[in-house]
Write a protein that binds this ligand. Structure first.
Ligand SMILES: CC(C)(COP(=O)(O)OP(=O)(O)OC[C@H]1O[C@@H](n2cnc3c(N)ncnc32)[C@H](O)[C@@H]1OP(=O)(O)O)[C@@H](O)C(=O)NCCC(=O)NCCS
Length: 162
């Protein structure tokens, strides 16, 4: 599968909204009820909210918001944010029909390259503890368990490998 990664544009907002809604309903179907998910998507992933966010972070060197394209269609997205020498993986979602094809790995690889070119070496992520495929994805890519905070597991990865 050919995967092309680039920065998110304001014109990607509708696609990101659709992927977020589909992926949240699929990923969290046994964790949150559909109405709760709908409210979350409306609040955090409405096309308008996304467009504003993308335009605000455009020139922010501490943020990376990227999308993966497969056959010219957006198939997933990821956002990283640097805070106090640690980079947080804020979100990564792949369209449910296309998971398991290397898209998430490719987004992560781009994110790690971006971090290294900025001299950043520590990446951290928080995953719902019932999202076992999510936890396994990170563990298989070198993240290690750090701590559990309420319903979430925090994992981190040192890109230097130590
Ligand atoms: C978790 C998630 C981001 C991973 O992305 P993905 O594109 O499915 O992941 P990949 O395909 O890169 O890797 C996952 C598996 O696919 C397989 N894979 C990797 N590259 C592949 C390729 N080129 N072709 C086929 N399969 C591949 C691997 O077997 C891998 O499994 P492994 O972890 O045992 O090695 C994605 O599944 C997703 O959106 N999940 C729902 C949302 C979510 O949980 N997000 C994280 C919340 S914090």
């Amino acid at each position: 599968m050919q995967i092309f990664v680039r920065r998110a544009l304001e014109t990607d907002a509708d696609s990101i909204n659709r992927i977020a809604a589909a992926s949240w309903l699929h990923t969290y179907r046994d964790i949150y009820d559909a109405e709760e998910i709908g409210r979350w998507i409306e609040r955090n992933y409405s096309p308008e909210t996304l467009r504003k966010h993308i335009s605000v972070i455009e020139n922010d060197r501490t943020c990376l918001f990227i999308v993966a394209l497969v056959e010219n269609n957006i198939a997933g997205f990821m956002e990283l944010k640097v805070r106090d020498r640690t980079t947080e993986l804020l979100r990564i979602y792949i369209t449910p029909d296309l998971t398991g094809n290397g898209i998430g790995s490719e987004l992560l690889r781009h994110g790690e390259n971006w971090m290294m070119s900025n001299g950043e070496g520590r990446l951290t992520v928080s995953v719902h503890k019932k999202n076992l495929p999510g936890v396994r994805f990170y563990e298989a890519r070198g993240f290690r368990f750090k701590e559990e905070i309420e319903q979430h597991i925090v994992l981190d990865k040192n890109l230097a490998g130590s």
